[in-house]
Design a protein around this ligand. Structure first.
Ligand code: FES
Length: 149
């Protein structure tokens, strides 16, 4: 991973290649790895999360067909992301870090995805969404569940 970043001179265009290498090395992408890559390439973490969750060749741990990342960083937390997460967990019956038994939905949490200005923020299948309420987030999941049927 480091070699790939160095070879590309820390160019931000190398993001996909770097994530690819990271996944090859670790089998999946963990939050710490994403934070590291974002820092090295000087990219907002939200963008790295976006790419990692958008392309199906990458798997965050865990990886359902759809991935929802809820930011629990301070800015988001004080604006209610805890409730957003709780609503999603209740809706799906799984906890953060898990995938629904049908493999459809994974819920992941992050410490700050660099989108504090639109807190509380979440990433739904690669798309950063701001000002989330529990209702909005649950509606998003229902769309996914609807499309799976
Ligand atoms: S704390 Fe959530 S984006 Fe920064």
């Amino acid at each position: 991973m480091d070699i790939t970043m160095k070879r590309s001179q820390y160019s931000q265009d190398a993001l996909i290649e770097v994530l690819h290498k990271a996944q090859e090395a670790f089998g999946y992408l963990e939050e710490d790895v994403l934070i590291y890559v974002a820092r090295q390439l000087k990219l907002p973490l939200s963008q790295v999360y976006g790419v990692a969750t958008f392309y199906h060749l990458f798997s965050l741990k865990p990886s359902g067909a759809h991935t929802c990342v809820v930011c629990l960083g301070t800015a988001c937390y004080v604006k209610g992301s805890g409730e957003v997460l709780a609503a999603l967990e209740e809706k799906t019956g799984i906890k953060s870090g898990e995938t629904t038994p049908d493999g459809q939905i994974s819920i992941v949490t992050a410490r700050c995805i660099g989108a504090c200005g639109i807190a509380p923020a979440a990433v739904f299948d690669g798309k950063v969404a701001g000002q989330q309420t529990p209702e909005m987030a649950v509606a998003r999941l229902e769309q996914w569940q609807g499309s799976a049927e």
